[in-house]
Design a protein around this ligand. Structure first.
Ligand code: HAM
Length: 424
């Protein structure tokens, strides 16, 4: 005899099952819809890519690349990685297919799906996470930065979410960032830091500003900030982005100490933070990445985009006590009593679905009482009851569940009548 075992989903990987899965779908689709309204077209990409794409695109020294990648060798020994984020893959596809050479710019793309990071699982931090993301490639216009941010803001609000804030800063560009980096490094290396933090200051000084330990925070309280050392053009760019956000009515707070976990950002950088989520409060983030495309072997085109965490947005809605979706409900519930009537109602369900009406049926030959309990539980607006006697005079009972009112309707017209009643 084979030994029985029980299986469970991999650690840190959520399942979405009914009825909660309706919430997940409503959030994902609502965010995608916000992108559609601004003209972003869909791009569907592989969930694994050559490992070097992420190492080069996201940055070797980031936690995402150095600690969190799901990397494996295929049967030929080539190294692949489950995508930890979407931007590098989008750039790869744009370059590979020459999408930046065939149409007008900016090229505007939207994607949704799973991403993989080998993080320590906790509430809101998963090893398989879901994002909706957009990327706008090829035009460096502050109005486009504002559009990208406004799409995220509108997406959240379309779901009913309002307990979040947008934090924004500028990380400068190649004309001011190298000088600032040196300045910060000099400041940090003059502090009595522990060995590991010193090493971090040497490799990636910006990340030290993100250190959550109170003693490091205190030491770095007076650290020079990028925002005070922007070049004239980077400063003008940032001011213009903020002016567009004001005009769009998108509220924000400038957070000059913001540090993102990915290395490709330049100039405008932002995060959406929800205060009711505890430690994992980032529901979305993004920014400009003007050097990425050239770094990956493409034309030197600019880009800006965001990734929104669908899982965390679902949690944020729950934390606000809101729902974005009705649980999957059918509009009509059908009950057949007797063999012939049961067969007829199966066919009728097919006709109704073909007419765009959602239908569920009482299965398993239940009697009227049990079937009506099923009808109540289903949340359907109308219940159809078909007995063999109704069948004989070509009619069917239609009960409106909210009022309890029941009437006989001809089987010839019931599809049209229900469709009309549900559309009203
Ligand atoms: P990111 O900030 O690394 O950016 O991720 C975006 C969002 O994904 C986060 O704000 C968070 O909501 C969600 N997320 C990240 N890691 C986890 C996790 N372990 N569990 C649950 N949710 C998570 C990016 O990925 C960039 N590619 C965004 C971007 C697009 N920038 C420019 N274009």
């Amino acid at each position: 005899m084979t030994k029985t075992s029980s299986f469970s989903a991999p650690k840190g990987v959520p399942d979405y099952t009914p009825p909660g899965s309706a919430e997940f779908v409503a959030v994902r689709d609502g965010l995608i819809q916000a992108a559609r309204l601004a003209g972003y077209g869909h791009i569907e990409l592989p969930v694994f890519e050559q490992t070097a794409l992420f190492a080069r695109g996201v940055g070797e020294s980031t936690d995402v690349v150095s600690k969190e990648m799901w990397t494996f060798a295929d049967r030929n020994g080539e190294s692949f990685t489950l995508r930890p984020e979407g931007t590098a893959g989008v750039m790869r596809a744009v370059i590979q297919h020459g999408l930046d050479r065939t149409g007008s710019l900016p090229l505007k793309l939207c994607y949704a799906g799973p991403f993989f990071r080998y993080e320590r699982p906790q509430a809101g931090r998963y090893r398989q996470l879901q994002q909706v993301g957009i990327e706008a490639i090829g035009i460096d216009d502050p109005a486009l930065d504002a559009e990208v941010i406004a799409v995220a803001d509108a997406g959240f609000r379309s779901l009913g979410l309002d307990g979040f804030r947008l934090e924004i800063t500028s990380l400068g560009d190649e004309t001011c960032r190298p000088q600032y980096r040196e300045l910060l490094q000099e400041f940090l290396l003059g502090l009595p830091l522990d060995e590991e933090t010193r090493r971090r200051a040497e490799i990636n000084p910006l990340r030290v500003l993100d250190d959550k330990r109170p003693e490091v925070r205190e030491l770095t309280a007076d650290a020079p900030l990028m925002i005070d050392h922007l070049s004239e053009s980077a400063k003008a760019h940032f001011d213009e982005v903020l002016a567009h956000l004001d005009a769009l009515g998108v509220p924000y707070v400038v957070n000059p100490r913001m540090v993102r976990g990915l290395d490709y950002y330049t100039k405008t950088t932002f995060e959406f933070v929800h205060d009711k989520l505890g430690a994992q409060s980032g529901i979305g983030g993004g920014g400009r990445y003007d050097g990425l495309m050239a770094q990956l072997g493409g034309q030197p085109l600019s880009g800006i985009g965001f990734g929104i965490g669908v899982d965390r947005t679902v949690l944020a809605l729950a934390a606000e006590g809101k729902t974005a979706a009705d649980p999957a409900r059918c509009q009509v519930y059908g009950v057949g009593l007797g063999d012939e009537a049961r067969a007829r109602i199966v066919a009728l369900a097919g006709e109704l679905r073909a007419a765009g009406v959602s239908v569920d049926l009482a299965y398993g030959g239940r009697g009227l009482k049990g079937a009506m309990k099923g009808a109540d539980r289903s949340g359907a607006k109308y219940t159809l009851v078909l007995g063999d006697r109704d069948l004989a005079d070509n009619s069917i009972g239609v009960k409106e569940m909210a009022t309890g009112e029941q009437r006989q309707v001809s089987l010839d017209t019931v599809v049209a009548e229900l469709r009309a009643a549900l559309a009203a």
